[in-house]
Write a protein that binds this ligand. Sequence first.
Ligand SMILES: [Zn+2]
Length: 87
Amino acid sequence: MAERRKYKKRFCKYCEAKVDFMDYKDVGALRFSLSERYKIMPRRLTGNCKRHQDMIATVIKRARAAALVPYTVTRKTVVTAPFENLK
Ligand SMILES: [Zn+2]
């Protein structure tokens, strides 16, 4: 092997878990695709496939509308582990 990739090949976590349906109430499952500021992670970083990225985007937007996930994060509310207090 002359040249090795620095990181191992990315894979879609949701494909691996064989997720076909996402529930917007299941906030714990969304955390893979949310940054610490509750932004939707881009596909180029998470390695999600198109299908699941579209799903997660819809579900996160629903969760936001239902106030399960905040739209914005102020300096006061930003935390390093955003889902710790939700458990
Ligand atoms: Zn996938």
